[in-house]
Every structure is written in C-alpha cells, then in structure tokens.
Design a binder for this molecule. Structure first.
Ligand code: FES
Length: 105
C-alpha cells in the first residue's frame, strides 16, 4: 500500500504543518491502519484491531482506544492499559521518492 508523504502536510499561510497520524482504509485487511508520523523519516503503521477481542480501535491523538472494554495503546502499538496484553500488529514501512510504502504481508 502506497501513501504520498504530502498527505501528512497541512498547508498554512505561515508554512507547513504536519498531521500526527492518518487513518487508512484498505481492502486487504478487515481493519484500517493508523500511520503515525514522528518526523520526516520515522513513521509507525499500526493495525487498528484490539488484541483483546478484535474490536476496531478509535484514535485519540497519540493513543488508540478500544470502545469494547477500554484497552489503550500508545502510538508505538504498546499496551498502556488492559485488558489487552499484546501489542498491536505493526507493518513495515519504507520511504522512497516522497512515498510511504506499507507492506501489508
Ligand atoms: S476487545 Fe478491546 S478491550 Fe476488549
């Protein structure tokens, strides 16, 4: 899956800002992917599937929360509060030619 890096840009009269994250729908997986941007070379692509019982997560800034039983994950996919105990699935990303490639395998 390929995302142009300029999708993170927010253009302002005073210059550029960047979104902290993008939520990407896709047809291959049953859940969206949340891509966090840390800086121009560092991104983290997380599957928005709760590792407790598989409910789709919701993004709140730097956190992903589960509406089912309240588990919380940080923007690296680590559990911050349970009942979930396993980290979120992370997809490898590579950057080339102004594009972010996310390997969904
Ligand atoms: S399914 Fe997410 S906390 Fe239970």
């Amino acid at each position: 899956m390929i995302v142009p890096l300029n999708e993170f840009e927010i253009k302002k009269s005073t210059g550029k800002n960047f979104k902290k994250y993008l939520v990407l729908q896709n047809e291959i997986l049953q859940y969206p992917i949340c891509v966090y941007r840390f800086d121009e070379n560092r991104y983290e692509a997380l599957l928005m599937k709760c590792t407790h019982q598989g409910t789709e997560l919701q993004v709140f800034g730097d956190k992903l929360q589960c509406p089912a039983h309240g588990s919380e994950f940080n923007n690296r996919g680590d559990v911050e509060s349970g009942p979930a105990i396993a980290s979120l699935r992370i997809f490898p990303v590579t950057i080339a030619d102004g594009q972010l490639k996310i390997s969904l395998k």
